[in-house]
Design a binder for this molecule. Structure first.
Ligand SMILES: *Cc1c(COP(=O)(O)O)cnc(C)c1O
Length: 381
């Protein structure tokens, strides 16, 4: 049985009528730019997060950049992010002329290590950007305490955690502003690039609306040098159709994770652990093993898709050589980059598919054990 890493078609087929009709309505009205669905989605998503304002944009990367700009972060400022995250968290900081400052991750939760965040704060630190990676949540009490103590802005990168809970509250509702990617394979995905910001601050919400639309208050009146980073109406229509299902999808992902955990418990894999304060939405299901590359190749041969999130940490990318970090600076991130593997995970994953993934993993370790046994009992010639 082939098991794809992610299956976007399965989700489309369950919602086909809703989505097709929503898109058709936009097309009939030719309301492609800033049509009513944009504001509808913004309010619905803000309500979902328990935050006052939502602002739609054209990608998660734009959302992060606009958030930083709205908070006047730029040249000379430092922004603290985890060493293990998607590169876009760092790129958005660079676009603003600020400097990403990396910290290592917690070995158990794989989230940014909040004790190390405290050590990384300098005179130039302007913001902390906790990344709710893999659908888990960062320890926000610790981050918010540091932010208050040092008067820092907190911008959540919630691109992988739509709907995840920290102490019963949704991520995105903790920082001054939060950014979400709505890339097709994210837990809430558009039919192309899209993103959204949420904030409780009316002045920041207003500034974000100007920034994403040429700095324009009304047509041909420009208060600031803004950008063209609007959310397309067609994408907003798709997102409005999908949002009501987001909680059910999060629940399904938690059920799949529980099933993986139960069925893989007796294998040598290190399984993901979540903090007691967190209800994760498992954007990806990340296991660890010293035989990662061999296991990935074995699963590929059996038709099972896997991905590594992420194989090369930001500080070891040529793009960020200028930051001056070296191999060894973030030992947990570096070690995990060699050992982590994301197994198939999406809401529509079936029991049979999970069984197939588990069986293949069991076979892999059984074959490894047999090979090791054969080697030990082999009589030297
Ligand atoms: C996907 C992602 C982004 C970037 O979002 P895009 O919509 O692809 O621009 C940023 N941060 C994290 C953690 C992500 O997973």
């Amino acid at each position: 049985m082939n098991v794809p890493f992610v299956d976007l078609k399965a989700q489309y087929h369950t919602l086909r009528n809703d989505i097709d009709n929503a898109m058709q309505r936009v097309i009939e009205r030719t309301a492609f730019i800033m049509g009513d669905e944009v504001a509808q989605f913004e309010q619905a998503f803000a309500d979902y997060c328990g935050v006052a304002y939502g602002v739609g944009v054209d990608s998660g990367t734009s959302a992060l950049e606009m958030a930083l700009r709205a908070h006047d972060i730029g040249e000379g400022d430092e922004v603290i992010i985890p060493a293990n995250t998607f590169i876009a968290s760092a790129l958005a900081i660079s676009y603003c002329g600020a400097t990403p400052v990396l910290v290592d991750i917690d070995p158990d939760t794989y989230m940014m290590d909040t004790a190390l965040v405290a050590d990384a704060i300098t005179e130039r630190t302007a913001a902390i950007m906790p990344v709710h990676l893999y659908g888990h949540a960062v320890d926000m009490d610790a981050i918010l305490a540091l932010a208050i103590q040092h008067d820092l802005v907190v911008i959540e990168d919630a691109s992988q955690a739509h709907g995840a809970l920290y102490k019963g509250r949704r991520v995105g509702s903790f920082g001054h502003t939060a950014a979400f990617s709505l890339y097709p394979a994210k837990n809430l995905g558009a039919f192309g690039d899209a993103g959204v910001l949420v904030t409780d601050d009316p002045a920041i919400a207003e500034k974000l609306r100007l920034l994403r639309n040429y700095g324009s208050t009304k047509k041909y009146h420009h208060d600031m040098i803004g950008y063209n980073h609007r959310l397309d109406t067609l994408q907003a229509a798709v997102l409005c159709a999908k949002l009501p299902y987001l909680d059910a999808w999060g629940k399904a992902r938690r059920a799949h994770a529980a099933q993986y955990a139960a069925q893989l418990a007796d294998t040598p894999l290190v399984l993901p652990k979540s903090a007691e304060t967190v209800s994760p939405v498992h954007h990806v299901y990340v296991v660890r093993t010293a035989w990662r590359d061999e296991l990935q190749a074995y699963l590929k041969e059996r038709g099972i898709g896997t991905v590594i999130h992420y194989p090369i940490p930001i500080h070891l990318q040529p793009a960020y050589a200028e930051l001056g970090y070296e191999a060894g600076d973030f030992p947990v991130t570096e070690r995990y980059a060699r050992e982590i593997l994301s197994l198939p995970m999406f809401a529509e994953l079936t029991d049979e598919q999970i069984d197939a993934v588990v069986a293949a993993i069991e076979d892999f370790f059984m074959e490894k054990a047999m090979a090791a046994f054969d080697e030990r009992v082999a009589v030297p010639a």
